[in-house]
Design a protein around this ligand. Structure first.
Ligand code: COA
Length: 167
């Protein structure tokens, strides 16, 4: 059985890093996405891991952002990774659904993700207003998606940056 649980930083951190290295390869993450994580910390209460037989087999971390001149609060999803041995079983989708529910319940207005449009559009994200966003580095707009969480009417626009005040 695969359980989806909040990240326990003490217990999960090294397994999560190993899973990221394994699924993406070392030194893998896109530079612009990394700049949205630099100088801040992920939100373990909102991040989710998949566990099977006591091991971390999937993860998605959430990070605090501010967007635009109004500094609208948003969470940055990712990276999402699932152990190849468990891919194609819906684990990635379950993890994202749990993250969306947790961030919505915690009152975060919106979310941003950088990833494959075909995958994340099916999970509630939209590419509709992606071109309203700018990033602290080069970013392929075709990989940018947003989602309304606690505020389903929000339209994010402007510069997306890490919210260093939260952590
Ligand atoms: C992307 C990833 C997280 C998907 O996890 P998963 O648990 O295998 O996904 P699910 O079982 O929930 O969904 C599987 C479906 O998504 C599709 N899918 C997987 N990766 C995809 C991608 N990059 N683009 C489009 N569709 C994708 C599969 O083809 C499959 O489709 P099907 O159901 O029609 O056969 C996993 O493949 C992974 O860890 N990849 C390496 C890391 C990565 O690229 N992460 C995403 C960047 S944020």
């Amino acid at each position: 059985m695969i359980e989806i649980l909040p990240e326990d930083p003490c217990r999960d951190a090294s397994e999560i890093e190993a899973l990221y290295d394994y699924t993406f390869g070392p030194g893998h993450f896109a530079k612009t996405a990394e700049r949205l994580r630099e100088g801040t910390s992920s939100l373990p209460d909102l991040s989710r891991v998949g566990r099977a037989n006591g091991c971390v087999i999937g993860v998605c971390r959430l990070w605090p952002l501010k967007v635009g001149s109004d500094a609208v609060g948003a969470v940055f999803f990712g990276p999402l990774a699932v152990d190849p041995a468990y891919q194609g079983e819906g684990v990635g989708q379950r993890i994202i659904h749990h993250c969306i529910a947790a961030a919505t319940e915690a009152g975060w207005p919106a979310g941003v993700i950088i990833g494959a449009r075909e995958y994340f559009e099916g999970l509630g994200f939209s590419a509709q207003h992606a071109d309203l966003l700018t990033f602290p580095g080069p970013q392929d707009v075709k990989r940018v998606l947003t989602i309304g969480l606690a505020d389903t009417n929000v339209t994010l626009r402007g510069l997306v940056r890490a919210d260093k005040a939260v952590c």
